[in-house]
Design a protein around this ligand. Structure first.
Ligand code: ATR
Length: 295
């Protein structure tokens, strides 16, 4: 029988509404077991009304920090004492921890996205003068910021709602003057693909149970890289079409795994590795819990 944890054992959680679907506990418990660390990571389903109080009482309830997910990332940014430059650029926080009793915030989606590309397509940034990003929501913010931080010169943000794409382009245009960042509607996409070195889907389209993403990668350059932040299924129809065309592809699960590592390091005192064993563990869980889909 597992021994009860000592009351001093560090404890973190995923705070969302809903939160139960999250794979973060699976990931952090894998690393806790792997390194024989006495600690825990659980679920905290917290409504928007209850969120500020939950954050205020985080430490007194025994938490050393946690992750924040939909719909709380922007609210969390407004509640932290201080935030990393990345979180400030995004106006959103997904990782909380304490320093000298003060609540700190980071947005590790950016590092997660970049680390996933670095692991699965090493050297991609040196080959990416121009990127096209599909979507203009919170995930697109993290992706666009990451691409700019890595030196991508031209970014097209393509979105169903043109005004949202333009607003995002303007936001980052002010932060990164000298780069070319433009918003476009969905109809502009065919004209953009032939000059795109990287195509990133940040929308939920192509996800199990969601509408299909109707993008044909055949006019992308043959050296292009295609990546999708959707990870159920593991290979989305977009990625399958790109692979069949002979393009390099990176799936979305890597981003989820890599974004978890910086939080673990802050709460539990060591930087964990995103290993094949962790990947397989999460895939097994996706297979067991995602009805009818083939991750
Ligand atoms: P997230 O934080 O996960 O990025 P979000 O902020 O709700 O979520 O953004 C979802 C993105 O997917 C948006 O770019 C959205 O387009 P709109 O801004 O036009 O709403 C896009 N999206 C979701 N479903 C879509 C669909 N069926 N067709 C086109 N775009 C869609």
């Amino acid at each position: 029988m597992p021994q009860p944890l000592p009351s001093s054992a560090p404890k973190a959680c995923i705070i969302g509404f809903p939160a139960r679907h999250s794979r973060s506990p699976l990931i952090h418990r894998f690393w806790l077991r792997q390194h024989a660390i006495a600690g825990d990571y659980g679920f905290a389903e917290v409504s928007p009304d209850d969120f500020p109080g939950f954050i205020r009482d985080l430490a007194s309830n025994g938490y050393v920090g946690g992750n924040v997910t939909v719909p709380h990332k922007e609210t969390a940014f407004g509640l932290v004492h201080d935030a990393t430059a990345t979180a400030r650029a995004l106006g959103a926080v997904n990782t909380l921890w304490f320093e000298d009793g003060r609540l700190m915030g980071d947005n590790t989606d950016v590092a997660g996205f970049l680390a996933s590309l670095d692991a699965d397509a090493p050297g991609w940034d040196a080959r990416t003068p121009t990127a096209t990003v599909l979507g203009a929501g919170g995930a697109a913010r993290a992706v666009v910021y990451g691409l700019l931080a890595r030196g991508v010169e031209r970014i097209h943000i393509v979105n169903r709602t043109l005004a949202r794409a333009q607003a995002l382009a303007e936001h980052f245009g002010q932060l990164f003057s000298g780069r070319q960042i433009a918003g476009a509607g969905w109809d502009a996409l065919p004209g953009l693909l032939p000059a795109s070195s990287l195509l990133v889907n940040t929308t939920s389209m192509g996800m199990h149970g969601q509408p299909t993403l109707d993008v044909d990668p055949k006019t992308l350059p043959e050296t292009a890289l295609v990546t999708d932040i959707v990870y159920v299924p593991l290979e989305t129809p977009l990625l399958a079409a790109a692979r069949q065309r002979g393009l390099r592809t990176v799936g979305g699960l890597g981003m989820l795994l890599h974004q978890a590592a910086p939080g673990f390091a802050r709460w539990f005192g060591m930087t964990p590795v995103v290993s094949r064993a962790l990947y397989d563990d999460v895939v097994a869980d996706l297979l067991a819990t995602t009805e009818g889909s083939k991750p």
